[in-house]
Design a protein around this ligand. Structure first.
Ligand code: F3S
Length: 390
C-alpha cells in the first residue's frame, strides 16, 4: 500500500499521537482489504456514540483520542446515543448512565464532531453529493448514501469512521471502487406500497442473499421506503449498497444480463414477518428506526389525531432534533401518547432495564431488539401498533 510523504509523516507521529493512531488503523484496514492507497473523503458519520454499546472501554478510547490532540478534518456527524439529552428522565435512564453518556458526547464535540446524534443525517445535517468518497458508519445510513445518493463508502465501524474523519482520508477499497458497486443479483419484487412492506422486503432480501449488491425491479421506493428497506437489509444480511431500476443514480446502464434472479412476493413477505414476531403483547412501542422523517411524523400524528391514550403500554417516537423542531403541531399531538425523543433510539438505549416486550414497525429493530436488548418483539405496521395504545 503506497503512502504519500505527508501520510507517512502522520504515521511516524509528526502530527501528534491522535492522528498517528488514526493513520495506523486506516493503514491496517487498507492492508487487510488490499487497498493500493488512501482517498480523500468529504464527510464522515460516526457510530459508537451510545454508552450502552461502547461502555467504559469506548469512553476511555475517546478520552485518549482527545488527549492525543485528535480533531476531525471533514464535516462529521454522530449516530444516536443512549438517551434524549433533555428527557432521559422519561426513559428509565440512571444518573450514572446519563453522566457517562453526556461525557461521550462532550468528547466527540471536543474533536469537532457535530453532535446531532441522528441515524438519518442524509436527510438534512450531512448530505454527501454524487461521487463523493465518504467514511460512514451506521449500516442503514451508509447504504442510503451509497445507493440513493451515489456517494461512496465502505461499511465502516465506529473507530474506522472516526480515524478517517481525523485524517480526512480513508483506504481506497471496497465500495470506493467501481468494480465493487456493480449488481450481483436481481430482485424481482412484488409488494405493497407501505413503509412496513418495504422493511419486510429488505428483511427477506438480506436474509436470503447475505451480502452483495442487489438490483431491484418492480419497486419505486421514496426516501422513507428506501431507508427502512436499507436498514432491514443491513441487519438481516450485510448489504451496504443496492440499485433500484429507474430510481437510484447508478442503476442506469448496469449490465444485469446473466445474474441470478430472485423473486420476492407475498409468501416471502409473510415468512419474513412471521420470523420477527415473537411477542403477543407489548410494554413499549418504539417507532423511528431509522429515525422518523417529517412525512412519517405527519402520518403518525394523522393516525392519532382526536384519539385518547389507552392501555398501559408506553410509546416512544424516535427522530432527529431537527425533524422534531420542524414538526411542532405533530409533536403536540404525539406527546399526548408518549415522548417524541431526539438523539436516541430503542436499540442503543438500555431499554432492557425497564421492558422485555417491544413493538416496532422496523425489521432492523426487529432483528436487534432480541439480540442487543433482550426483547420479545411485535413487528407490525404503524397503524396496527398505534391501535394498541389509541
Ligand atoms: Fe437508527 Fe437506532 Fe435504527 S440508530 S437505524 S434507529 S437501530
Amino acid at each position: 500500500m503506497e503512502l504519500s510523504k505527508g501520510e507517512q509523516a502522520i504515521l511516524n507521529g509528526e502530527s501528534g499521537e491522535g492522528p498517528r493512531k488514526a493513520m495506523e488503523l486506516i493503514v491496517a484496514l487498507g492492508r487487510i482489504y488490499g487497498a493500493e492507497g488512501l482517498v480523500d473523503i468529504t464527510s464522515a458519520h460516526l457510530s459508537g456514540a451510545s454508552y450502552k454499546t461502547i461502555g467504559d472501554g469506548g469512553l476511555l478510547y475517546l478520552e485518549d483520542m482527545v488527549a492525543g490532540g485528535s480533531k476531525v478534518k471533514v464535516p462529521s456527524t454522530l449516530n444516536p446515543i443512549g438517551m434524549d439529552r433533555g428527557r432521559w428522565g422519561e426513559m428509565h435512564i440512571s444518573e450514572d448512565f446519563a453522566a457517562k453518556q453526556l461525557r461521550i458526547v462532550e468528547l466527540y464535540g471536543k474533536m469537532g464532531v457535530r453532535t446531532t446524534c441522528s441515524c438519518t443525517p442524509y436527510l438534512g445535517e450531512n448530505v454527501p453529493k454524487f461521487g463523493d468518497h465518504v467514511a460512514w458508519a451506521e449500516s442503514s445510513a451508509l447504504s442510503m448514501v451509497n445507493s440513493m445518493i451515489g456517494a461512496r463508502t465502505n461499511r465502516e465501524g465506529g473507530p474506522g469512521a472516526l480515524a478517517a474523519a481525523i485524517l480526512g482520508k480513508t483506504a481506497r477499497y471496497g465500495y470506493h471502487l467501481d468494480e465493487n458497486r456493480r449488481p450481483t443479483v436481481i430482485i424481482d419484487a412484488s409488494i405493497g406500497d407501505s413503509i412496513f412492506e418495504h422493511s419486510l422486503l429488505g428483511q427477506a432480501v438480506g436474509s436470503r442473499i447475505g451480502g452483495g449488491v442487489p438490483y431491484f425491479r418492480g419497486i419505486r421506493p421514496d426516501m422513507d421506503q428506501a431507508k427502512t428497506m436499507a436498514g432491514a437489509m443491513a441487519a438481516s444480511g450485510a448489504v451496504a449498497m443496492f440499485h433500484v431500476e429507474g430510481v437510484t443514480p447508478e442503476a442506469k446502464g448496469q449490465d444485469v444480463s446473466g445474474l441470478e434472479v430472485i423473486t420476492i412476493g407475498d409468501d416471502e413477505i409473510r415468512e419474513a414477518r412471521e420470523r420477527l414476531n415473537t411477542a403477543d403483547g407489548v410494554q413499549l412501542i418504539a417507532l423511528g428506526c431509522p429515525h422518523l422523517s417529517e412525512r412519517e411524523m405527519k402520518e403518525i400524528a394523522g393516525l392519532l389525531k382526536g384519539k385518547e391514550k389507552k392501555g398501559d403500554a408506553e410509546i416512544w417516537f424516535c427522530t432527529s432534533e431537527s425533524v422534531r423542531a420542524r414538526c411542532p403541531d405533530e409533536v403536540s399531538i404525539m406527546e399526548r401518547f408518549g415522548p417524541v425523543l431526539a438523539d436516541t433510539c430503542m436499540v442503543v438505549s438500555p431499554i432492557e432495564g425497564a421492558f422485555n416486550r417491544t413493538g416496532t414497525n422496523s425489521c432492523k429493530a426487529g432483528n436487534y431488539l432480541p439480540t442487543l436488548c433482550s426483547q420479545k418483539v411485535m413487528c407490525r405496521d404503524i397503524a396496527d401498533l398505534l391501535r394498541v395504545i389509541s
